[in-house]
Design a protein around this ligand. Sequence first.
Ligand SMILES: Cc1ncc(COP(=O)(O)O)c(C=O)c1O
Length: 309
Amino acid sequence: MTGTTTLHTDLERELAEFTGREAALVFSTGYHSNLSAVTTLADKQSLIISDAHVHASLIDAARLSRSVIEVVPHNDVAAVRAALAAAAGRRAIVLTESIFSVLGDSAPLTDLAAACAEHDALLIVDEAHGLGVVGSGGQGLVHAHGLSDHPHVVMTMTLSKSLGAMGGAVLGSAALIDHLINCARPFIFNTGLAPAPTAGALTALRRLRQHPDLPSRIHQRGSELADRFGVQRSAGAVLSVPMASAQAALATHGMALAAGVRVGCFRPPSVPDGISRLRITLHAGLNDDHWVQAVDVLANVIGNHRRTP
Ligand SMILES: Cc1ncc(COP(=O)(O)O)c(C=O)c1O
């Protein structure tokens, strides 16, 4: 209830430094970050061009903005370009994730940012699954593509994934942050991020900066698991294993849980392609014994419940 403390401003400064952005503002959730970024930058006169696989919080944000919304096929830069070209003088905003939350694939950020710059549009990139996982030391995909100081790129994130806390952030120019503080309804009319998760996120961020090798453990384990199950390697920390049916996904999830391993179970309507799947989230903190144990459990329970290509 007490508003901004030095913990908040330290976290904002360090998040901005880490990702190479000019400034940051923290929110009570990643959901609020997306609502705030989109609704303060877009209005009834705007056009929002949204990748078909973006997270529900970006979809809700687009709806709340009352803009005209065009959903384009997943990672289709040509479709984004065509929509931008047809924007006919409207303010245009493109929505994407850096690493997509269900399939674990990455967005073509360089091409999207170039298309936005050519059409004087904005690109909002949700780094929920990029921060702490991709790029050098986990600085995220925007940073890895050299887009940290790109004037057409706005970044959002949650503090609840690799940083293991709660809360979210929007990162961009100091002018953008000032605009959010003054105009973002989900910021103004919502209790601010509590001090405890702020300190938790700050501590986790500092730990990540001291241990830039942590993300590589994620990728090593992700590749091992992907090869073992014959599925596509993930660009991030989530590995998607398509299952034969929703029932098979649920049963496998239950068996894994009973054996001490918790995995995500995604089934329609929360999967963009309608295919039920297990979503395995990799954790750099698991020791080697626990890792071997977890892989064995997964191999046993997944068995022949997998969807065959
Ligand atoms: C891509 C993406 N964006 C935003 C969010 C929302 O973040 P939060 O849980 O902090 O509200 C999530 C999931 O939690 C997510 O996966």
